[in-house]
Design a protein around this ligand. Structure first.
Ligand code: IVH
Length: 692
């Protein structure tokens, strides 16, 4: 038998855990670290295991208890669960219409004072009645037809935000709390992401998520769905001492008993306050953490509510003022693709026009092939389209029951679009990537601006002055189609562009001219091959030493390059397999873009391995960068200062103290020709000493 001490400890633990639950799940302000909470919870579990007679139905350990049900029992509501009248005028003036009706019903004249209202959110979930007897949650039921609902107590008990016992010293004998079970958007996204990863079914939207979870026959399944609850009213009430006399005070009192109540609510008098609330919430609708489909206005005082009474099944004292729906049904007329700036082909559903989220929508994104497969959207399908705020409209799900007969085929982007609809280049899907992409990076009009900006970038061809605005103009006026066209621009054309003075046009032209002398690594990077960044470009240059070798490299050859894996290798071969891209490369060379080529590591591997070289002065043809690239390709290092360990100093014109130092130390000195000879594939051993 448990001693009085043990009993007291269990009771105290329960109270403390429930308080932490409230702070965590309702207030979202945890007061203790998770580990400490777990510790309390485990202590209680241990006590209850040792003394099962201590277990109470309101114990936090008993939230997920029961076995799967065969069906839900029927529950007759003690007080019917009414529905609410919807104001037909969706404009803000709908609030005025409600106020006018209320005043008329109450027989108020213009001289009478304003009516006090409570305004709150219309949550988009499932209505639930929670029955507390002497503070203990004894039953939870759905609305059903308003008279009779379903007993979903087992599932509701798994919601951590719903207290199993009201936190109050003097609970009413009976207190029925009515409100909405819903799913927060972040919980919905997280849940779906997890399901997707596990290859399991996802929820269509938060509302279906909430409703579906509560209707789960297995409470263990329901427990895994992240649900929330907000109270918005009362049902049967007995023996509530000093019961509140207004709706607002009731919600405050419920919050005081640890029932979740939404803080987005106001009390105010007259229609103007309601209009302001309506507009304020409309403006913030998309940034709320959960979906709402409107706001609700209620006459605040209970005695006035009683006076107004009911019209059939709807109270005259409340109205729902809806916002434009964010989801609608429509049909898919076709599926097309849009080529993005990076070459990704995004499937877009062409839809029968539908008014959703405040605008007429005629197309909606399907994101990528994986999403099409997951949602199994086909041409001819009836689909749910969602548009929330400024977010691009999206196809949420296909309504499979309404699929035409005979069934339309599954939609596969690669089958329908083997080549890019913009440029005719081949379309591929890289391993491990969701997107299907166009391989015509240099020629595709959709990718033109992006490709040019990348090409001219500081780390690529480094054409100073060829930025965003200029690229826009050059492309939009049809002056530049591919990077090769940049080298055909003349002063007159450039000076004729917006915001282009003759001086800046001349500067740009000089920058274009100067960019012709480049390095192989820069050139490879400038091509904008997918997955080939600056470092990979350098590695490729070092390895192959010549562009033609890179172009003709097979995937296996590419895999021999440091850090190049199958995905990068595939990207490269696909890029050069596209004849359009090769045309551009050849035009660039024909326009005078050049770089020093050399043997590359694959042939001359190791000729300078372990050796350190120092560059000084200006070499006649090579830039510092290309000289360094070539030395590194041969396995050598380039250092900034000369020491006894320096293998060679490569000296050009106006060489300074480094040359003197080399002479003092007796280090070998080479000129450019000497360096080139050293690195030449057919003359590996030649050494040109510089005669001084
Ligand atoms: S009051 C007598 N307040 O909207 C009035 N209902 O038909 C009873 N709802 O299914 C409802 N948010 O679940 C009220 N703040 C709110 C609400 C709300 C959502 C739902 C409710 C019911 C429907 C009304």
């Amino acid at each position: 038998m448990a001693s009085a001490d043990v009993l007291a400890r269990a009771t105290a633990l329960r109270r403390e855990i429930e308080q932490h639950n409230y702070a965590y799940y309702v207030l979202d302000q945890p007061t203790i670290p998770d580990a400490e909470y777990d510790w309390l919870f485990r202590e209680l579990q241990a006590l209850e295991t040792e003394y099962p007679e201590l277990i109470t139905p309101d114990s936090p350990t008993q939230r997920v208890g029961g076995k799967p049900l065969d069906g839900f029992a029927q529950v007759r509501h003690a007080v019917p669960m009414l529905s609410i009248r919807t104001e037909t005028d969706t404009e803000a003036s709908g609030a005025q219409a409600f106020d006018v009706r209320v005043r008329k019903e109450l027989g108020l004249s213009e001289a009478d004072p304003l009516v006090e209202y409570a305004a709150e959110l219309k949550f988009d979930g499932l209505a639930i009645n929670l029955r507390y007897e002497h503070g203990l949650l004894v039953q939870a039921a759905t609305r059903g037809d308003g008279e009779t609902g379903e007993d979903v107590t087992q599932n509701i008990r798994t919601l951590h935000c719903i207290p199993l016992r009201l936190q109050t010293e003097a609970p009413p004998a009976v207190l029925e709390v009515r409100g909405e079970v819903f799913m927060r958007r972040d919980d919905f996204e997280r849940y779906n992401a997890r399901q997707r990863e596990a290859g399991k079914l996802t929820l269509v939207n938060p509302r279906n998520g909430a409703a579906g979870s509560i209707r789960q026959l297995d409470p263990a399944m329901a427990a895994q769905r992240p649900l929330s609850f907000f109270a918005y009213g009362l049902g049967d009430v007995q023996g509530w001492k000093d019961a509140p006399r207004t709706h607002g005070a009731t919600l405050d009192a419920l919050a005081g008993m640890s029932i979740p109540v939404c803080s987005e609510r106001i009390i105010g008098s007259g229609a103007a306050v309601l209009v302001a609330f309506h507009d304020d919430i409309a403006a913030r609708r998309d940034s709320l953490p959960f979906d709402i489909d409107g706001v609700v206005y209620k006459v605040n005082a209970y005695d006035l509510q009683r006076e107004l009474g009911f019209l059939t099944r709807e109270p005259r004292w409340a109205v729902a003022h809806k916002y434009p729906a964010q989801e609608q049904l429509t049909t898919v007329l076709g599926i097309e693709v849009q080529v993005g700036r990076t070459g990704a082909l995004t499937p877009v559903a062409r839809l029968a026009p539908v008014f959703v989220g405040g605008v007429t929508v005629t197309n909606a994104t399907l994101h990528n092939q994986d999403e099409i497969d997951r949602k199994d959207v086909r041409v001819g399908d009836t689909v749910i389209v969602r548009r929330a705020g400024d977010v691009i409209p999206e196809v949420v799900a296909a309504v499979i029951e309404r699929r035409p007969d005979p069934e339309p085929p599954r939609f596969n982007i690669l089958e329908i679009y083997p080549v890019c609809p913009e440029c005719g280049s081949h379309v591929v899907r890289l391993e491990g990537e969701a997107a299907v992409r166009c391989t015509g990076g240099l020629v595709c009009p959709a990718q033109r601006k992006q490709a040019l900006l990348h090409f001219a970038g500081r780390r690529a061809m480094d054409i100073e002055g060829l930025g965003d605005k200029l690229v826009d103009q050059l492309v939009e006026r049809g002056l530049v189609h591919t990077p090769a066209d940049v080298y055909g621009l003349d002063l007159v054309t450039l000076a004729g562009l917006d915001r282009m003075a003759e001086k800046s046009a001349a500067n740009l032209l000089a920058a274009i001219e100067a960019s012709k002398a480049t390095t192989l690594a820069r050139f490879i990077f400038a091509l904008g091959i997918r997955n080939v960044g600056e470092t990979t470009a350098k590695d490729l240059a070092r390895h192959f030493g010549s562009l033609d070798k890179l172009i003709s490299a097979a995937e296996v050859d590419l895999l021999a390059v440091r850090d190049v894996g199958p995905i990068v290798a595939q990207s490269i071969t696909q890029f050069f397999a596209e004849p359009h891209n090769l045309d551009v490369v050849n035009s660039l060379r024909a326009a005078g873009v050049h770089w020093p080529e050399f043997a590359g590591m694959s042939q001359s591997a190791g000729i300078l391995t372990g050796q350190t070289l120092v560059l000084t002065g200006t070499l006649p043809t090579l830039t510092r960068e290309s000289a360094k690239e070539m030395i590194e390709a041969a396995g050598g290092k380039v250092a900034g200062s000369v020491s006894k360990k320096t293998a060679y100093v490569v000296a050009g014109e106006e060489a300074g103290s480094k040359l003197t130092k080399a002479q003092e130390l007796g280090v070998s000195i080479l000129d450019e020709a000497g360096l080139l000879a050293l690195l030449a594939p057919d003359n590996n051993n030649a050494q040109h000493r510089l005669d001084l």
